[in-house]
Design a protein around this ligand. Structure first.
Ligand code: TYD
Ligand code: MG
Length: 470
């Protein structure tokens, strides 16, 4: 058998006949690793376009198809398992789909193994007849067991542990045990004995994932695959297999903080914008059911330079504190530093401040921060952000119970945002007494009682509004 050698980028999978210092696909440095492929592991046996391929194509048996209007077979309707963890159910779109393939990515040590062990317990608590197999390629059975005992997972019944790295052996165990849920921890430690590449290489990682996908779909097993996110290119990251799986979840958090955010970035069975919030404690992960309180730092007195905005994570509204500090700069090129908000957006808001609110920022440093480690991805926080910067410049604090909702246009108009009623309702629930919204949205929130609604059409009127209504 002829063995072909090629070089493959470990971060995006780009292949090349010769070694390259920098990947033309994803621009990663030093990410190329030699991979050996032989016919039979993925490369087509017949060249595309050749006569033989065409002949084969037309002589194949037809696949299955179904009429969209035909009545649905009730046994095939999407069923969901309760994982026993509300935040996890939410991120999955309402529970775990039985034959789904889910990738859980995140930095090493963030809590992926902990979450999945706790999920095993939760599934058992809610579903008395299910079996779970937890396969670790990283830890010994004793290590997993002692952690499981610490997390109170032991005693749930029908949870099985295996320490194994070879995928073929795992499959044999699955055949024997017939679990309903299979956890594979982690992707980069498993190897297929049919391949010669090292564990964690793109070829291995793809092969393992393809096999697990086939297992999920053919045996109706819900498969979970853990993938460490890596900065350097020597082992392949979860990105390489994202397109193959049904659902991609990322577990994130600052190493300094105990909060953990579980985010869906792809979900074939639900919204891909859902967010789950946890706190890592001594006895494992605890669900945080009211995350807004967490992202509003401990505020006791009104201070200049902060404003409260809202964002929607999937279906969930969150209130978040934005902080700005504007101070005279000793530098000829003043600093613009932003944590949690895109710095281009901050530059744009600064220009709006200068042009439409006559605020001089030219010789000033501007520092911007989103409390709680959140990242703002939607413009509905524009108004709150500009209010925070204005408040710092003017040294004018807003009352503690004010919130700001609105997007800004370059012409200085305050524009409408999606689902304003949901956002205002969340502010009211959390005890906010005043909310400033775009003028065009006044009608939509008209029915909400118990909160004063102020409207703003142009950002240039912000100062006047604050001084009059404060
Ligand atoms: P782990 O689940 O092993 O992370 P990953 O699988 O993503 O690499 O979590 C490891 C970290 O979590 C470790 O630093 C210790 C901490 N931890 C707790 O704080 N409390 C706990 O109950 C557990 C099990 C772990
Ligand atoms: Mg782990």
């Amino acid at each position: 058998m002829k063995i072909k050698t090629q070089y493959q980028c470990q971060s995006c999978g780009h292949t090349s006949a010769k070694w390259l210092g920098r990947c033309p696909g994803c621009e990663a440095w030093n990410s190329f690793v030699e991979e050996r492929t032989s016919p039979g592991d993925g490369s087509p046996a017949v060249q595309e376009g050749s006569l033989a391929a065409l002949r084969e194509e037309f002589s194949a048996q037809p696949g299955d198809w179904t009429d969209l209007d035909a009545p649905e077979d009730p046994s095939r309707a999407l069923r969901r398992l309760d994982t026993g963890i509300g935040e996890l159910n939410r991120v999955l779109g309402g529970g775990l789909v039985p034959d789904s393939f889910t990738l859980l990515g995140g930095d090493p040590g963030i809590g992926k193994s902990t979450l999945l062990l706790q999920m095993a317990r939760g599934i058992r608590l809610k579903n008395a007849d299910l079996k779970i197999l937890y396969v670790s390629g990283e830890e010994s059975v004793d290590q997993i067991r002692s952690r499981a005992i610490r997390l109170g997972v032991q005693g749930s019944g029908h949870i099985f542990l295996a320490a194994e790295t070879q995928i073929e052996k795992v499959f044999a165990t699955v055949k024997e045990l017939r679990p309903h849920v299979l956890v594979m921890d982690s992707l980069q430690t498993f190897t297929s004995s049919y391949l010669q590449s090292a564990p964690g290489s793109v070829t291995q990682v793809r092969e393992i994932s393809a096999k697990l996908m086939a297992l999920a779909k053919s045996a109706g097993i819900s498969v979970w695959l853990v993938g460490h996110v890596t900065k350097e290119g020597s082992i392949a990251g979860p990105k390489v297999v994202e397109h193959m799986v049904d659902t991609v979840l990322y577990f994130e958090g600052d190493s300094g903080s105990t909060y953990r955010l579980l985010r869906a970035v792809k979900n074939r069975f639900g919204s891909s914008r859902e967010l789950g919030v946890f706190e890592m404690e001594g006895d494992g992960l605890q669900e945080v059911s009211n995350p807004s309180s967490l992202f509003l730092s401990d505020r006791r007195e009104a201070l200049p330079g902060t404003a409260i905005g809202t964002l929607l994570e999937g279906t969930r509204p969150l209130l978040v504190e934005l902080q700005a500090l504007v101070a005279p700069s000793p530098l000829s090129l003043p600093r613009r530093t932003s944590v949690g908000m895109d710095s281009n957006r901050i530059a744009l808001l600064s220009a709006i401040l200068e042009r439409h609110m006559r605020v001089r920022l030219a010789e000033q440093d501007l520092f911007f921060n989103v409390a709680g480690g959140l990242k703002l991805s939607e413009p509905a926080c524009d108004l709150a952000a500009i209010a925070a910067i204005w408040s710092s410049v003017e040294d004018h604090p807003f009352p503690l119970d004010w919130a700001w909702i609105g997007e800004l246009g370059l012409t200085g108009e305050v524009r409408r945002v999606s689902q304003i009623d949901v956002r205002v309702e969340e502010a009211r629930k959390l005890g906010f007494k005043t909310v400033v919204i775009p003028e065009g949205s006044a009608e939509r929130v008209g029915k909400i009682q118990g909160i004063r609604v102020l409207t703003l059409d142009r950002v240039s009127h912000l100062g006047r509004l604050v001084r009059e209504k404060n």
